[in-house]
Design a protein around this ligand. Structure first.
Ligand code: C2E
Ligand code: MG
Ligand code: MG
Ligand code: MG
Length: 281
């Protein structure tokens, strides 16, 4: 019976799996073409000081406008790029683009670039970052690399050494989506991060769920006593901003201030001293 069931299951699921595989292959082929044709874009979202609402930096976020599929989310194509090894090319491209762009911004504004765990498996990540910094002329102190807890989980000893060497270049390391992975606290012991980015799921629950508020408060306190900057992701309402300001969170990021916008638009935004939201308020 088990065998018959197996056969039935296979018949049921094979066409669906086939379709998924086909669309994945199509995505891979199109992504290769997009890299070659440079039809990918980097958009930027401001990181804002909670008290003054000054722009402290901008996060570089990949955007892909697919000819037929329209806008493809990085959440969809980054995993494909990781599995196919294209992430090394793609990651270096984003880093170079972002550093060149940031070199033209006011000096007080940093640029934050996401690093995929797969980039830590490429032969010379540190050399690549050093080269891009030199070529762009960007002060390393103005670069922030965002990593996820996954990096600490995989090959942790080797990756911690790489993180130390990256930090040795003079740049800053931020831990992204904090609170969504495993054993976050032990990572804080294992590596001296410069910034903690509290995941937006916690921000969203502020004011609605007492536990989320308590956790956010504890992380901010932890950051303060360790000398690590804290930033809350996904701030969408003035009430969330107020709560975060009261809690002593250093920085905020979210649709309340700005969505990720193209380079030309961020140039205008960083030229002003604070986010336009203040003017509107
Ligand atoms: P992330 O690094 O946590 O980036 C923040 C994500 O939250 C962005 O999604 C941003 O658009 C979104 N976001 C910002 N503010 C708000 C808000 O107020 N509300 C809501 N609902 N969302 C907000 P995006 O651009 O779709 O990127 C998704 C993820 O894809 C990123 O999460 C990052 O992990 C990855 N990613 C994007 N660009 C790159 C890249 O160049 N390299 C790598 N390795 N990963 C990237
Ligand atoms: Mg990020
Ligand atoms: Mg994040
Ligand atoms: Mg996030």
């Amino acid at each position: 019976a088990a065998k018959a069931d197996g056969r039935r299951t296979r018949r049921l699921f094979e066409p669906a799996m086939d379709a998924a595989l086909q669309s994945r292959r199509a995505l891979e082929r199109d992504l290769r073409a997009a890299i070659a044709a440079e039809s990918l874009e980097v958009h930027y979202q401001p990181l804002v000081a909670t008290g003054s609402l000054a722009v402290t930096g901008c996060e570089a976020l990949l955007r892909w406008r697919h000819p037929e599929r329209g806008f493809v989310s990085p959440g969809e194509f980054i995993p494909v790029a990781e599995e196919t090894g294209m992430i090394a090319t793609l990651g270096e491209w984003v880093l170079r683009r972002a550093c060149r762009e940031a070199a033209g911004w006011p000096e007080a504004v940093r640029v934050a670039v996401n690093l995929s765990p797969a980039q830590f498996r490429t032969p010379d990540l540190v050399g690549t970052v050093a080269r891009v910094l030199t070529e762009s002329g960007l002060d390393p102190a103005r670069l922030e690399l965002e990593i996820t807890e996954q990096v600490m989980l995989e090959e942790s000893t080797a990756n911690i050494a790489v993180l130390h060497r990256l930090r040795g270049l003079g740049l800053r390391i931020a831990i992204d989506d904090f609170g969504t992975g495993y054993a976050s606290l032990s990572y804080l012991r294992a590596f001296p991060f410069d910034k903690i980015k509290i995941d937006r799921s916690f921000t969203a629950a502020l004011g609605r769920e007492a536990t989320a508020g308590a956790i956010v408060q504890a992380v901010i306190g932890l950051g303060a006593s360790l000398g690590i900057t804290t930033l809350a992701e996904g701030v969408e309402t003035a009430a969330q901003l107020t709560a975060l300001h009261r809690s002593g969170c250093d920085e905020v990021q979210g649709f309340l201030f700005s969505r990720p916008v193209p380079a030309e638009e961020i140039r205008r935004l960083v030229a002003a001293s604070t986010v336009p939201w203040v003017a509107a308020a």
